[in-house]
Design a protein around this ligand. Structure first.
Ligand code: 5AD
Ligand code: SF4
Length: 430
């Protein structure tokens, strides 16, 4: 979601005539879009703002703005902590940055924190996309869940779904612009539409089907679904829609039903396993990836073992793994029995090792198969190879002659835990 918001910030600044500087040192307006989901994001920001301060000291005409979730959660205190900041804005008020900059040019703006009267979808702003053939499509903002570790509902507010008409108009425009792959974005995509007015009710399954009908869109992805809301109608839509990719990122967070309960995830291990099995039964070749947290308060060795065994039992194709990080004003931050740092470290290392070995096994099982790859550019490590992603969302480096934005058929020859390697087989679909 932050990557999407950053694209909108860039697009808005470009409309104001501000092009992207190649280096921070050369920018006369410095904008940081921040995250606050874990403490690490905040410590990185401190370093960036330190550099920005040095640049501002050398040239006080430079403007410094800080947006995103950290700005939202700190609000006015941000200016006490970082007096070098000229303007701050939350994730629901990106447009306020544009208004402030425009006013600043007309002889000085007033105010230092932009909120705007109402939250607005970042998607209403122009975007500057990283690649011409791929696009994020925001379908909702905010989240109605109350996961006890998570700060997102505090900073991004309650769920608000975008109207299906607006979403589909955007998808149509994108297709006309040459976009072939879209990723539908929301904090909990499967609860999409539940807050729409009754006469406009439209669910996530219907949205998938409607996007699938848009000519030119060949791949549809979405992130992230909440397992509690993953219903059969969505599984059926995934199975039936040709453009919907055979991949679901399904955050499990923990494999222990006891911990899932204190996390307030509202499903248990058995339900998660049943969901994964139902999805796999309906969607052949489905790739499943997940998010996992190690060291949640009260997590015992036994609970943690359950997370390890979940990874093996589901056979995740990949996982983002996180050390639990206490966040301001969340329920879990004030739970007793916080897990000591060294235990968290030890657990995350074991978890990463297992995730990698399971993912490598899964990837190796693809050796010999032919995968459809959307070419994204050249390989990051070997410029003589191309790089792209399969429908199952695995990165492939391969020898071939396709251009970025094209689909290529690639025979898989080798695999690591995160990437495949192969060679293009000709002919490929256009
Ligand atoms: N500590 C660690 N990980 C967290 N996440 C969310 N909040 C926290 C936290 N306080 C993880 C969850 C979520 C992902 C986006 O970030 O796994 O799915
Ligand atoms: Fe956070 Fe839970 Fe909402 Fe995801 S579903 S954004 S983890 S509160």
């Amino acid at each position: 979601m932050n990557a999407h918001d950053s694209e909108r910030i860039k697009g808005m600044l470009e409309e104001l005539g501000l092009g992207e500087a190649p280096e921070l040192e050369q920018a006369d307006v410095m904008v940081f879009n921040t995250c606050t989901i874990r403490e690490k994001a905040e410590s990185r920001l401190a370093a960036h703002l330190g550099l920005a301060k040095t640049l501002k000291d050398a040239d006080p005409e430079r403007l410094l703005a800080v947006g995103g979730c950290f700005a939202e959660v700190r609000r006015e205190r941000l200016f006490e902590q970082y007096p070098q900041v000229d303007f701050a804005f939350g994730p629901g008020s990106i447009a306020a940055l544009g208004e402030w900059l425009a006013a600043e040019r007309n002889g000085g703006a007033s105010g230092s924190f932009g909120t705007g009267a109402e939250r607005r979808f970042a998607a209403e702003l122009p975007a500057r996309r990283e690649r011409p053939f791929q696009a994020w499509v925001q379908i909702s903002m905010g989240c109605n869940s109350v996961c006890s570790y998570c700060i997102v509902p505090t900073v991004r507010g309650k769920q608000m779904s975008r109207s299906p008409g607006e979403i589909l108009a955007e998808v149509g425009r994108l297709a006309g612009d040459g976009v072939r792959e879209i990723t539908l974005l929301g904090q909990n995509v499967n609860s999409y539409g539940r807050d729409l007015p009754v006469d406009e009710r439209f669910g996530f399954a219907e949205l998938l089907r409607a996007c699938d009908r848009v000519e030119g869109i060949e791949r549809i992805r979405f992130t992230s679904p909440h397992p509690k809301d993953f219903r059969d109608d969505v599984i059926a839509a995934m199975a039936e829609c040709d453009s919907v990719c055979e991949h679901a990122h399904l955050p499990a967070q923990s494999g222990s039903s006891r911990i899932l309960k204190t996390m307030r995830r509202t499903y248990d291990r058995e339900r998660f396993l049943a969901l994964a099995a139902d999805m796999r039964a309906a969607i052949p070749d489905l790739a499943l990836t997940t998010d996992l947290i190690a060291g949640f308060p009260g997590e015992t060795d036994e609970d943690f073992e359950q997370t390890l065994s979940l990874v093996e039992e589901v056979g995740f194709d990949g996982a983002y793994t996180f050390v639990y990080s206490p966040r301001y004003s969340t329920e879990a931050a004030s739970l007793p029995s916080q897990v000591p740092e060294e235990v968290k470290r030890e657990r995350i290392e074991r978890l990463i090792e297992l995730v990698q070995s399971v993912a490598e096994k899964k990837n190796r099982s693809r050796i010999g198969s032919i995968e459809q790859v959307l070419v994204e550019g050249s390989s990051r490590t070997d410029p003589s190879l191309l790089r792209g992603r399969t429908r199952r969302n695995t990165t492939v480096n391969f020898a071939g002659a396709a251009r970025a934005g094209e689909l290529a058929n690639v025979r898989v020859e080798d695999a690591t835990s995160t990437t495949l390697r192969g060679a293009q087989v000709v002919p490929s679909p256009a």
